[in-house]
Design a protein around this ligand. Structure first.
Ligand code: FAD
Length: 411
């Protein structure tokens, strides 16, 4: 935790005033706090606890591919300079089980050195905390437990276990896929349960990865090997629940052998496998992203299949757009918890969310269904995209977020 982080404080009868309260200090909640830092607003981040990372060959087993557009944003916010161990993704190769086609993306094709970077989640959180250290306007409180939120006409009042009360015109839910705040508000979710688990671990292949991210679509789901420093790779192996249970129960050597057989010989044998962890995979969308004095961002608002590594990237984009709307509202003396302002956040985010969630579902269907002729069609599609320079480059610019405008304060 940053030096300004502290236990909840304040006398029971006193109501502390803030401008924005963010519930959840993960990558997205802290991303919003970083974007609001130095904007003349008092921001409180309430984090329930610092989850201990689960280590796999000495690294947090949870990593994220942060796309180039968001790396630029994090550089602009002064966060990236604190990320000390990220591996650039120089290119990406995608192919399917039946070798009906493959596609390769190289950062150089769009004039970039990298399509993005792989970073351990806990390192990115720590970098955000460091960027906020010494801030006069943002405070991260941890560990604190929110008891309830009361929604008034011009302010919401957050009450913590222990009796402390904080009032603010806007409360932001950044408390993850199981969002307490979303449930507390009675906001339902639309769920597509893939009945799959994403198995993650650090592994060491025999051959160097050369900064390439690999994704092979197996009939059971995609298997990704993502580049890490020191020749290691992070795997995300999506498999049906029962298959995932079987894979999780294998001894390390047998797991390494199955990984090698499923991925193929591109990187040679798997020499070392670290501790594994498995996460249930769901696409989920909250029925409402905003309510008067409430906005949901990140996984609290939506989760997607990790096959394109875009979940936290979408969340960071929510955070940047919401920050811009709050800062603009303040400049024009508007109430940033008012539905009219929050609707602007919603309208700005819906096209991106609909497009990414729609494409994730289409990709998942395309690569997991075993209908006759589909494999040939997939191969043809990959070859067509691979051979069409402009289409491929546009796809790369879209998926790396480089086609999106930078937040105004960062430009
Ligand atoms: C296997 C797998 C691989 C993935 N790979 C990628 C990838 O490569 N790229 C990518 O972009 N995305 C990836 N994702 C998605 C990414 O991990 C999530 O989108 C991201 O973690 C969401 O961040 P968040 O801050 O919204 O939520 P979280 O990371 O869940 O953080 C929520 C925070 O809120 C806190 N909290 C919870 N409840 C409360 C409460 N009641 N009060 C206070 N605090 C609370 C939690 O302690 C936590 O710190 C992957 C997901 C999975 C499952």
């Amino acid at each position: 935790m940053s030096p300004r982080s502290m236990q909840a404080k304040g006398a029971a009868g006193h109501v502390e005033q803030a401008d924005v309260v963010i519930i959840g200090g993960g990558m997205v909640g802290l991303g919003l706090a970083c974007a609001l830092n130095g904007q003349g607003l008092k921001v409180l981040v309430l984090e329930r606890r610092e989850a201990e990372p689960r280590y796999s060959l000495g690294r947090d087993c949870r990593v994220s591919a942060i796309v180039a557009g968001n790396v630029e944003v994090l550089q602009g916010l002064g966060v990236w300079s604190h990320v000390d161990d990220a591996e650039p993704i120089r290119g990406m190769r995608i192919w399917d089980d039946q070798h009906s086609g493959s596609i390769r993306f190289d950062a150089a094709e769009i004039g970039q050195q990298a399509l993005g970077c792989i970073v351990e989640n806990s390192r990115l959180v720590a970098a955000m905390q460091q960027a906020l250290a010494g801030s006069r306007s943002v405070e991260v409180r941890c560990p604190v437990e929110v008891e309830r939120v009361r929604w008034g006409v011009d302010r919401a009042e957050v009450r913590l276990h222990g009796g402390q009360r904080i009032a603010a015109p806007l409360v932001v839910g950044a408390d993850g896929g199981h969002s307490w705040l979303r449930r507390h508000m009675g906001i339902g979710v639309q769920v597509r349960d893939y009945r799959q688990q994403g198995i993650v671990a650090t592994v060491r292949p025999e051959q160097p990865h050369r900064g390439m991210a690999y994704q092979r679509f197996l009939p059971t789901g995609p298997l990704a090997l993502l580049p890490l420093p020191d020749g290691q790779c992070s795997i995300v192996w999506s498999a049906a629940d029962t298959e995932a249970e079987r894979l999780m129960a294998l001894p390390d050597a047998a797991f390494a052998e199955e990984l090698f057989l499923s991925f193929g010989p591109l990187l040679g044998r798997i020499m070392e496998v670290g501790e594994r962890a498995a996460f249930p995979l769901r696409m989920q969308m909250a029925a409402h992203l905003v309510r008067p004095r409430l906005a949901l961002i990140g996984d609290a608002a939506h989760t997607i299949h990790p096959l394109a590594g875009l979940g936290v990237n979408l969340g960071l984009r929510d955070a940047m757009v919401l920050a811009q709307e709050i800062v603009d509202a303040r400049r024009f003396r508007e109430d940033w918890g008012d539905p009219a302002v929050l609707d602007r956040y919603l309208k700005a985010r819906l096209p991106d969310l609909a497009s990414v969630m729609g494409s994730m579902e289409a990709l998942h269907q395309l690569f997991t269904h075993q209908l006759p002729g589909l494999s040939g069609l997939r191969g043809l599609g990959m070859r067509l995209i691979g051979n069409s320079g402009p289409v491929k480059r546009q796809l790369m610019r879209n998926s790396t977020g480089l086609a999106l405008p930078l937040p105004r304060r960062i430009v």
